[in-house]
Ligand binder design. Structure first.
Ligand code: ASP
Length: 349
């Protein structure tokens, strides 16, 4: 990985230290001399963004050797990002991760579970338009993310959690979903309020920001188990399709996306396929296809049987949070913790 240092306050002493981890995505594209879009050279960031000088930061920029479109992100990349944060946690005031928007909610969710005991901000951001474009959202997203990563209250980090800053809102990472591929407000967190809103100033909503438990040290959990499938139900889904998923060799868990408040067909053959899978120790986690609200098994006739056969309620978790939490918990052999809130990803019901 390439590393550079930039003192935006030169010749004065910077006030805060922030590490930028550049993974790729639309954000970092700029036109080269021939007008072709190529990854942006971070050594030139002060020329692209002179406003950075007002932030007085000591920046360490670490770039992936080959910046990637986030559709190519894999758990090995999450492990690299987690390792960098873990190693530099005591040296930096905060971290900004520049990442493609397509899978940003998955990476942010994964990191929130891989770094228990986090005490510094990890702010994910990106852009819908490359930094080289005149109307790009990259500049505002980066500057505000840096300001949030450096923000302190009573000498401590103001937002000590993994979050996503995009289009004027700071959202909890493991509550976020990408909902928009064209407009600048690309992310939504239906089930949890924004942690901050940026306008003329940044308004922090301190009451909803996670507070690190006192005396807890940062740990890293990087053993991820990816033997998981997502089963999205739809009216008319065949038993053959469902069974093709539940019988995947080596499968450990299924995130089942159900209708509304956790409802599914009541057909005996469908339920029998799920029951057989559960009897073979496959964990089936029920999350809703609705971006807002929560699964309440037993509320309707159409979810009573799921509860009876041992499908586990995912409450108000997003699919992204459910999937990455399962990867982490299966990795450490503690899948039984799936219904416990670990990093603010679900409402304790
Ligand atoms: N395809 C791009 C990515 O996720 C889109 C973006 O960066 O917004 O890497």
């Amino acid at each position: 990985m390439k590393q550079i240092h930039i003192n935006t306050a030169t010749p004065a002493q910077p006030q805060s230290k922030v590490m930028i981890i550049y993974t790729g995505g639309t954000f970092g594209m700029a036109h080269d001399a021939k007008g072709v879009l190529v990854p942006f050279d971070f050594g030139l960031i002060l020329e692209h963004l002179p406003a950075l000088r007002n932030l007085s930061l000591n920046l360490t920029v670490i770039s992936f050797d080959t910046p990637i479109d986030s559709s190519n992100i894999r758990p090995t990349h999450w492990q690299q990002i987690a390792q960098l944060i873990y190693e530099h946690h005591h040296l930096q005031d905060g971290f900004v991760v520049l990442h493609g928007t397509d899978t940003m909610a998955y990476t942010a969710s994964a990191l929130s579970f891989m770094l228990p005991g986090l005490q510094k901000p990890v702010v994910f951001t990106g852009a819908q338009l490359p930094i080289s474009e005149p109307r790009s959202d990259a500049r505002e997203n980066l500057i505000t993310s840096l300001e949030i990563a450096a923000a302190k209250m009573n000498g401590k980090a103001r937002v000590p959690e993994v979050c996503i800053y995009f289009g004027d809102e700071l959202l909890r990472g493991n509550r976020s979903k990408k909902v928009e591929s064209m407009h600048f407000d690309a992310f939504q967190s239906e089930n949890y309020p924004p942690l901050a809103k940026a306008g003329v100033k940044i308004d922090y909503h301190d009451a909803v920001i996670l507070k690190p438990a006192s005396g807890v040290e940062l740990k890293i959990v990087s053993a991820l188990n990816t033997s998981i499938a997502i089963l999205k139900l739809f009216p008319g889904i065949s038993d053959t399709s469902v069974e093709a998923i539940t019988t995947i060799p080596g499968l450990k868990a299924i995130v089942m996306e159900t209708f509304g408040a956790g409802n599914a067909p009541t057909s005996p053959s469908f339920l029998q396929i799920l029951k057989t899978a559960i009897e073979q120790d496959i964990l089936i986690l029920n999350v809703s296809q609705c971006p807002g609200g929560m699964v309440v098994q037993g509320r309707y006739e159409t979810s009573k049987d799921l509860q009876r056969i041992g499908v586990v309620s995912g409450g108000d978790m997003t699919t992204e949070a459910a999937l990455t939490k399962l990867m982490v918990l299966l990795g450490i052999g503690q899948a039984n913790l799936i219904t416990s809130p670990l990093a603010g990803e679900m409402t304790n019901s």
